[in-house]
Design a protein around this ligand. Structure first.
Ligand code: HEC
Ligand code: HEC
Ligand code: HEC
Length: 400
């Protein structure tokens, strides 16, 4: 059974890899569809809403349609939009569009992208939604200031990479993919007062140090305690021997990282794991119970242990381990609470069955969720303090 599935996976994989152009590959790596394709909508015809304190703004139609899309964009116009955040008519784009990261992309990759959008993406005459923020359209000047402050004209080649000659290429490619097209910092780097990511590359300690987005916590990628094989599996299949992906990261895997070549996944893993300066071999904490308020433990046995095990270690390749798990160890409990509240599902990727965790929003009270969260964090968290019911209610509200 397993072998058949693997075989099917391989066929799908090679079939796909052969069919795709350099520009389409770059569009996957950059995950343009994440924002520019609405759920159930035509590819790249726009739609995803971004809530800002001032109202919603919408990702636009970027199909080559001449009236509704970017069919009138020359290569220069396109380059300016994607790398500098300036639309054809000169207005600055709202930074939900991750151009500060795309600014790092090479000319070749931008050319390939342009060819793909102009020649391969089907034109769709879907009108752009009006932004709900009136002043954005009439007076976008504050964004010019934003651009001036934060968009660096950085190129991957002129950054100092601290490394041995042998690994330099892998590290440079990994840095390029993560900091550039992959725009991983858009979720994993904390943002400052004016929405800018606090750092855009690995030279800063803040870069990829973890951030809250939409009721989830995107954990720090600077001290990942897994092997590069496991990390690659997570990005390619949405699950690994001990881990699984959930929440907004599932979309990233489904729409982007599952399509990356082995070489590019190697490079990303190499780069991310290079942050683990501490020379630490990940030591699995043993699952011994040190903090066990009775109801937390009882609730855990009732609701969780059938799948995750009494020792929290889960089942290889099926149920993720809660031991050494960044969601559980994060100081910010947003993702842990969201997973329990909404349930989770491993992303659907090629040749990979999706496993599901049930949602507990209707079966557990805020008290019970509080106790089980404290039990899980008390055992396998990284010294994270207990939560009060009020804290948990606050996070529950954010999910509604
Ligand atoms: C995280 C979300 C996000 C991603 C990823 C993203 N965009 Fe955007 N993009 C937006 C938003 C939002 C706007 C509209 C901004 C505004 O109106 O100020 C936009 C605007 C644009 C525009 C200007 C279009 C116009 O109507 O003038 C272009 C061109 C564009 N994006 C291309 C791309 C390409 C190419 C990619 C992938 C390489 C991409 N975007 C990835 C969110 C995103
Ligand atoms: C749209 C927001 C978003 C983007 C973009 C994003 N991530 Fe994530 N990521 C998350 C969230 C939220 C989580 C926590 C959920 C989970 O662990 O499944 C996460 C978790 C992860 C994990 C699991 C961490 C662990 O220790 O278990 C890895 C690895 C990861 N992301 C890598 C990346 C890489 C590499 C990129 C860029 C290619 C990226 N992410 C881009 C939101 C995002
Ligand atoms: C029916 C089996 C099942 C039960 C019961 C279950 N889980 Fe899960 N759980 C899973 C699966 C499968 C995943 C992987 C889904 C994903 O995140 O992609 C998961 C994911 C998680 C994650 C996210 C791990 C990660 O790295 O993304 C956490 C945390 C978690 N479960 C905690 C719990 C807690 C606490 C309970 C009890 C309240 C519970 N689970 C009950 C099967 C289960």
């Amino acid at each position: 059974m397993k072998q058949t599935l693997l075989a099917i996976g391989c066929i799908l994989y090679t079939g796909h890899a052969a069919a795709i152009s350099a520009g389409e590959y770059m569009a996957k790596v950059s995950d343009c569809a994440a924002c520019h394709t609405a759920e159930g909508g035509k590819p790249m015809a726009g739609g995803k809403a971004f809530a800002t304190p001032l109202g919603n703004i919408y990702a636009t139609n970027i199909t080559p349609d001449k009236t509704s899309g970017i069919g009138q964009y020359s290569y220069e116009d396109f380059e300016k939009a994607v790398r500098q955040g300036i639309a054809k008519d000169g207005h600055p784009l709202y930074p939900a569009m991750p151009y500060p990261s795309y600014a790092r992309m090479s000319d070749k990759d931008i050319h390939d992208l342009y060819d793909y959008f102009m020649k391969e993406v089907p034109a769709a005459d879907v009108k752009n939604k009006e932004n709900d923020i009136p002043w954005l359209l009439s007076a976008r000047w504050p964004l010019h200031i934003w651009n001036w402050l934060y968009v660096e004209d950085a190129h991957p080649d002129n950054r100092a990479l601290k490394t041995t000659a042998q690994d330099k290429e892998l590290l440079a490619r990994g840095a390029y993919l993560v900091e550039g097209p992959g725009h991983c910092g858009a979720c994993h780097t904390p943002r400052g007062v004016s929405m800018q990511e606090k750092a855009y590359d690995g030279n800063s300690d803040i870069y990829l140090s973890g951030a809250t987005i939409d009721g989830w916590y995107a954990p720090s990628l600077r001290n990942i305690s897994m092997s590069s094989e496991e990390l690659k599996d997570l990005l390619q299949m949405g699950r690994s021997q001990h881990g699984a992906i959930s929440g907004p990261m599932s979309e990233v895997v489904t729409q982007s990282t599952q399509y990356l070549t082995d070489g590019d996944l190697d490079a990303i893993s190499f780069y991310l794991l290079s942050f683990n300066h501490k020379n630490s071999t990940p030591v699995a904490k043993d699952g011994s119970i040190s903090y066990s308020p009775t109801d937390g433990k009882t609730l855990y046995s009732m609701y969780c242990s059938t799948c995750h095990g009494d020792d929290g270690k889960g089942k290889d390749f099926t149920v993720p381990s809660l031991v050494n798990n960044s969601i559980v160890m994060a100081k910010d409990p947003a993702s842990l609470i969201s997973v329990i509240y909404q349930g989770a599902q491993t992303p659907q990727t090629k040749g990979n069955i999706s496993f599901r965790m049930p949602a507990y929003k209707d079966s557990m009270s805020a008290d019970e969720i509080t106790n089980v969260v404290n039990y899980v964090r008390g055992n396998w968290g990284d010294g994270a303090p207990p939560m009060s019911k009020d804290d948990v209610t606050k996070y529950k509200k954010a999910q509604e």
